[in-house]
Design a protein around this ligand. Structure first.
Ligand code: FES
Length: 571
């Protein structure tokens, strides 16, 4: 039963007047009574001149509107915050929860029976799903789609795995100034999100796997006609949901769909950020993501997708190979096939409709995977009492078991100031450690976990070292990098007391990360650490204060404690 324009009336103490008043104003836009009596589908407008990953949003809005009108609904477009990775100071993660709050409150405040949320760049889809789960309004997620690939001197390129690889070559003196400038205009040749399995692609795959987006939504390239047809279909489906009131987020975000999402996250070589966002999205629906289950799945579920940064290809190739439905077909024995989807059918039906794969060069099989284990492992040890994460599918195999001397950086600023000093005491076998870069520490948990190889070692040809931090890392990055150390150093996690020259042992197979000093010395150093003045001044006002006071740790999705469905059960 739809409520349309009658929903959520402004409170004047006279409901009939509130409706009259609302109609008086909306009719100024030229709407007829017939239009205003229809079920309403809200459509988020996250277009921004600052956000090229969502540069096709105006086109997609037109297609969604067409779909809504075809199904007899009234489309109503409304703006929300838009976040782009490169235009988000101090970090995009700092702003994710703000976008989630903005989207949630606008969904609640304005009359709509269903909503199509259009997102793309890393934090946008997680924020929108967090909002949808909290309002429980029937929602279709429409990703903007990946950008197409670029070409440079016979090589295929894509943002931003190749940005990092080629920048590292420039730092090492292998590419000159002229060529890196030329590369700079070829890495992102169209609008759309990064075309590798970075965080944006990961989140698009996860929402499709959870049934929150229509089939093929994750992979159709942003500029393609397929993308606009998916947008039209999303509008049409949302209008049906507006009438039926079905396919609510609470129907779709369940233990089964979260488990399916964890399987897909491991099988696609997904971003470590995806784990934080999935935890936050599930938390809003009251579903706890168990990191031990995620790790166990990682031992059972191989990487089936041959995409950068773990493999060779790009998102558009994944689309041509049959997209996510074709991947789900290969994962069929592992998935809960009864999980419902936003299209009204089950995951089994989606798989039934999947295109036949042309070959297995992009999507592998369980019998012939690209990596025999999943993308990520969850580590524990005296350095990470609650957890840490490593994307071992994009790491150097020879470094997955390594003990080395630490070189410690106290903050992102310290890292930037010293990493390239010619006299930095650092050797290829050392372990680089960064701290005070967690959710509260930086604040906003910057993607600084991909510590650059010190210039003097890069010029000697060193391409990878073990790097450890409480920061995050871009999903497009690669290397032997331990992230999300929890608790973070800024709240007194053991990372706070590591000293340059200490030994750390990493053993991914055993899922261990340990500081090789005895317990008594750890206790002594922690007690001394508590006497130190804080690393930086705390925020005294505004959103920054709210963030610092209420943000949860990485293992809880970095949501705000008061936004979880259960009000926040962990410290
Ligand atoms: Fe937007 Fe990569 S910068 S998805």
């Amino acid at each position: 039963m739809t409520n349309g324009l009658r929903k959520g009336l402004t409170n004047y103490g006279d409901a009939a007047f509130s409706l009259f008043h609302r109609k008086v104003f909306i009719k100024a836009m030229g709407y007829s009574d017939d239009a205003l009596d229809r079920p309403i589908v809200g459509i988020t407008n996250t277009y921004s001149d600052y956000n090229p990953c969502q540069g096709n949003v105006p086109d997609l809005i037109e297609s969604v509107k067409r779909g809504v009108l075809l199904a007899g609904g009234l489309p109503m477009v409304f703006p929300t915050i838009s976040i782009h990775e490169s235009f988000a100071y101090p970090t995009s993660m700092f702003l994710r929860n703000l976008m989630a709050m903005d989207t949630e409150e606008m969904m609640r405040a304005q009359a709509m029976d269903a909503v199509v949320v259009i997102g793309g760049c890393d934090k946008t889809i997680p924020a929108q799903v967090m909002a949808a789960a909290s309002t429980d309004l029937p929602t279709v997620v429409l990703p903007t789609g990946p950008m197409v690939v670029g070409h440079h001197r016979g090589e295929v390129l894509g943002a931003c795995t190749d940005c990092r690889r080629l920048w590292a070559q420039f730092r090492a003196g292998k590419i000159d100034e002229g060529e890196i400038t030329q590369i700079g205009v070829r890495l992102a040749p169209s609008v759309g999100f990064c075309g590798v399995m970075g965080t944006a692609s990961t989140m698009a795959c996860i929402v499709e796997a959870m049934g929150l987006a229509l089939p093929m939504s994750a992979t159709a390239p942003a500029p393609h006609a397929d993308r606009r047809r998916i947008a039209e279909a999303s509008g049409k489906r949302a209008a049906e949901m507006a009438v039926a009131g079905t396919s609510k987020p609470s129907d779709l975000i369940t233990e089964a769909s979260v488990r399916n999402a964890m399987i897909v996250l491991q099988a696609i070589g997904g971003s470590t950020n995806g784990l934080i966002h999935l935890t936050a999205m599930a938390g809003r629906a009251g579903v706890a993501l168990d990191l031990d289950t995620f790790d166990r799945l990682g031992r059972e579920v191989p990487v089936l997708l041959n995409l950068k940064p773990s493999g060779a290809h790009y998102m558009e190739h994944f689309h041509y190979a049959g997209g996510l439905p074709a991947l789900l077909r290969e994962l069929k024995p592992l998935l809960d096939l009864d999980a419902p989807t936003v299209s009204g059918s089950t995951l089994a039906d989606v798989i039934e409709q999947a295109e036949p794969a042309p070959d297995h060069s992009v999507i592998g099989t369980l019998a012939a995977p690209f990596k025999k284990e999943g993308a990520m492992a969850v580590l524990h040890g005296n350095l990470a009492p609650r957890s840490a994460v490593i994307k071992h599918s994009a790491a150097s195999p020879e470094l997955l078991r390594h003990t080395g001397r630490t070189v410690v950086f106290d903050s992102v600023e310290d890292l930037m100031a010293r990493i390239d000093l010619p006299n930095l005491d650092v050797h290829p076998d050392d372990i680089l450690v960064l701290r005070n870069a967690g959710p509260k520490g930086a604040p906003g948990m910057p993607e600084a976990g991909y510590l650059p190889i010190p210039m003097k070692l890069a010029r000697e040809g060193v391409k990878d070292m073990v790097r450890i931090s409480d920061a995050r890392m871009s999903g497009t990055a690669f290397g032997t990098i331990v992230l999300h150390i929890t608790p973070e150093s800024a709240v007194g996690g053991p990372l706070a007391i590591v000293q340059t020259g200490d030994q750390i042992s990493l053993d991914v197979d055993a899922r261990r990360i340990d500081l090789l000093i005895d317990d008594a010395e750890i206790e002594r150093r922690l007690a001394a650490w508590k006497q130190l003045p804080p690393q930086r001044e705390k925020a005294t006002r505004g959103y920054a204060k709210l963030f610092e006071e209420t943000v949860l740790q990485a293992d809880q999705g970095c949501d705000f404690d008061f936004l979880l469905r259960d009000g926040g059960s962990k410290p």
